[in-house]
Structure formats: structure tokens, C-alpha cells
Design a protein around this ligand. Structure first.
Ligand SMILES: [Cu+2]
Length: 136
């Protein structure tokens, strides 16, 4: 009787341990690869996406540079504007037209009506400011 009882207890303990051990090791083994692959999936594209998007989006959001050519039709040294009959400016989506641009007093002083010029524009909020101008 003692032997049988001992064996039964040993079997029950073994079965109990096996029953506890199996689900425990299954649960531990199953989420581990999922968590590892989820981490791998989120860490692999995440650093690439923000850097790539932000690198492209930061520029247009702040200001865009454009180059153009045209003829000065008027210079206003009081308002600090240069009016240009300019060719199309692809960066701004503008056709050829005559329009006034803000410019620093130093740039306004460099040109006069009738000058053919090449110029750099800083485009911001639909408006353009001349940042550089050279007579052609
Ligand atoms: Cu224009």
C-alpha cells in the first residue's frame, strides 16, 4: 500500500508539474516570438519614416526657394519693393507676369527700372521676397 501510494503521489506530482509546466512554457514561448517580431517590425520602419518625411516636409512648410529672370519695371525705395516683369516660376506655380516683390533696402538700391535681372526668391505663404538679384 505504501509503495502504491508513493507511486501515485509521485505520478500525481509529475502529472501536476507536467500540466503546469506545459502551458507555462507554451505561454512563455508563444508571446516571445510575437513580441520580438512586433518590435522588429515597429523598430525597422519607424526610424526610417519620420526622418524621411520630416526631411521632405520641413523645407516646404518653412520656406521654398525659387529662381527667376525678368525685367525691373519699377523700384520703390520707400516701400522696399522691386516690381518685375518676370518669366514663369515653376517652383511657385506662377506664369509670367508683372508683380512687386519685397526686398531689402540694399537689394532695392542695386537695380533700376529697365534692368534685366536674375533673382532668387524666398516663397512663403504665397508671397515671394527677393533674397538676391543680379543684373544680366
Ligand atoms: Cu509673379
Amino acid at each position: 500500500m505504501k509503495l502504491i501510494f508513493a507511486t501515485a503521489t509521485a505520478l500525481a506530482l509529475t502529472a501536476g508539474l507536467a500540466a503546469c509546466g506545459k502551458p507555462a512554457s507554451k505561454q512563455a514561448a508563444a508571446p516571445a516570438p510575437e513580441a520580438a517580431s512586433a518590435m522588429a517590425a515597429s523598430t525597422t520602419p519607424d526610424p526610417a519614416a519620420p526622418t524621411g518625411d520630416m526631411g521632405k516636409m520641413a523645407m516646404p512648410a518653412a520656406a521654398k526657394m525659387a529662381k527667376g529672370q525678368g525685367t525691373v519695371t519699377a523700384v520703390d525705395t520707400t516701400a522696399n519693393t522691386i516690381t518685375l516683369d518676370h518669366g514663369p516660376i515653376a517652383e511657385a506655380g506662377w506664369p509670367a507676369m508683372t508683380m512687386g516683390f519685397k526686398a531689402s533696402p540694399a537689394l532695392v538700391a542695386q537695380v533700376k527700372a529697365g534692368d534685366k535681372v536674375a533673382f532668387d526668391l524666398k516663397l512663403e505663404g504665397g508671397a515671394g521676397e527677393i533674397t538676391a538679384i543680379q543684373k544680366q
